[in-house]
Write a protein that binds this ligand. Sequence first.
Ligand code: NAD
Length: 344
Amino acid sequence: MAAKVRVAVNGYGTIGKRVADAVARQSDMELIGVTKTRPSFEARRAVDAGYPLYLAGDAAPADFAAAGLPVAGRIEDLLKQVDLVVDASPDKVGKANADLYRAAGVRAIFQGGEKSDVAEASFNALGNFSAAHGKRFVRVVSCNTTGLARAVAVLSAKWGVEHWEATLVRRAADPAESKRGPINGILPTFQLPSHHGPDVRTIFPELSIATTAVVVPTTLMHVHVNHVRLRRPPAGSADVITAFRAAPRFRVFAPWEHVDGTPQVMEFARGRGLPFNDMMENVVWEAGLKLDGADLYFFQAIHQESIVIPENIDAIRAMTNPSVDAGASIAQTDRALGLARAPA
Ligand code: NAD
């Protein structure tokens, strides 16, 4: 059996703690350690989970000693033991960390808060898996871009996309972010079109796409309002529903399930019981999709905290195993993460 890929996670917050758990669940990967910059309930969680804890940034060893949290060393010590690091530090901090990774000679994955030039390739598993083959630095695109890229991958492969318009209704904060807002109001994003369209083109360079965005007072999920003109449209809406049901990492809710919006989606996720009650699939509503000639209208909901987790796992595999293809990696990742595959 091939040696397991030894992985570090630098930054153990919303994304990092989920990536760490996901790596620990893969039979072909080994989680060597995670980093924290200060003691917190999350640092304690890492210790309780048995993940060796290392210090990063301006972390002070005395703070961890005072909290009774055992520390195995600094990020530089951790990097000496791994093949690859997943950087899940805050927006733009990843770029500053890149020098550490270069000096240590390790492969690195960055998140969507970094600009695309931080890495050799931007990545989405359904969209451009092979772009990460053999690369040393790869960026997994943001939550919104991941959601859009998955849908583009499904629709463009089957029917071709003439043009894509999307308005992104964005959550104001993650559930634990008590200092962000707004808590009452709708904030238009005064960048027209928004940056999300160009970000999708880092995966699909030829795609004609324009996006706009608003921020709303919710923590649960983003919702995308999509209008897509298809090149070779199928006979009807049912064909598109069938395609989304057959695609990995999509969950289609039928009208009889009475999932009216994101509250019921997250209640479904709580009942399913994946770690953190995550919802790693794009959520599509049968009743919220209509094909009118070549014009397809559909909503999709994106769980911002977890949608990029399977993509990070696939990026690790694509970078370190040039013989693995998208289908095999996605299936392996999803089995290990307990993502139910919807019946075709
Ligand atoms: P977060 O603030 O929840 O976690 C970041 C962690 O990194 C914190 O624990 C922080 O203490 C730590 N950190 C700070 N400085 C560091 C340093 N110098 N070295 C190592 N760690 C450091 O942030 P997050 O939401 O997990 O976001 C991480 C990345 O993932 C960002 O690029 C973000 O844009 C992207 N992302 C976030 C979401 C989301 O909805 N939260 C979704 C997709 C992508």
